[in-house]
Design a protein around this ligand. Structure first.
Ligand SMILES: [Zn+2]
Length: 218
């Protein structure tokens, strides 16, 4: 993604800065999801997007994750999903801790993409619930959740990789998960430079194999 405003991603930056007043700004760290290419179709409007989100909520994998969030003590409210117009090119969706999920309608075209974003962001929401001391400023925590979200959402299914113009080769799914997770962690202002890559490598084996609450990657 091009340098751009990075304004949404670094809503995160607000987290650390206690802006003069002395009162603590609530942590608002975003885990954004990359699309890796500009949308040639110009995206969808709010109304269409809301309809697709409603449809996406009925997707079996989405329902499965919502049920498990409930079981884990974090019922997921539909109103926490926002049909958003995201300024940053190449961002498909975003999970903001304790705020909810944004679906970047303007960067998406198909129902399949909306489903994908919902599943991906729900994995983040689930991790936020499941991991008691989840800290999005901790690069290893963020890396682990990105690896899981990219793996479990099927973001790296070979058909999607072909559409992105990446060739299918043996082991490609893992390369894809790693590449996409890295991009997202690099957007975390606490994990710039080598920190993102180091974090991904250090938690890779454990987090790639951690498919909970699924028995295996769906
Ligand atoms: Zn993510």
């Amino acid at each position: 993604m091009a340098g751009g405003t990075a304004e949404e991603e670094s809503a995160a930056a607000t987290a650390s800065a206690s802006a003069g007043g002395g009162c603590e700004v609530p942590i608002r760290l975003d885990a954004s999801t990359v699309t890796e290419k500009e949308n040639p179709n110009g995206g969808m409007n709010q109304k269409e997007c809301m309809e697709r989100i409603a449809k996406g909520l009925k997707h079996p994998t989405v329902k499965f994750l919502r049920e498990h969030m409930e079981k884990a003590g974090c019922p997921f409210w539909v109103k926490l999903i926002l049909a958003a117009d995201c300024k940053t090119q190449g961002v498909a969706g975003r999970y903001t801790s304790r705020h909810g999920i944004s679906v970047c309608c303007n960067n998406l075209t198909y129902q399949d993409e909306v489903n994908q974003v919902l599943i991906h962001e729900l994995v983040h929401a689930y991790d936020d619930c499941r991991v008691k001391n989840m800290d999005w400023k901790n690069c290893a925590h963020h890396a682990c959740s990105e690896i899981r979200a990219n793996h479990l959402s099927g973001d790296c299914h070979y058909k999607r990789e072909l559409l992105r113009g990446f060739m299918k080769i043996r082991g490609h799914e893992q390369d894809c998960v790693k590449r996409r997770a890295l991009k997202s962690v690099e957007n975390n202002p606490y994990c710039s430079g080598a920190a993102a890559k180091d974090a991904i490598e250090s938690v890779w084996d454990i987090c790639y194999d951690d498919t909970y609450p699924f028995d295996r990657a769906p």
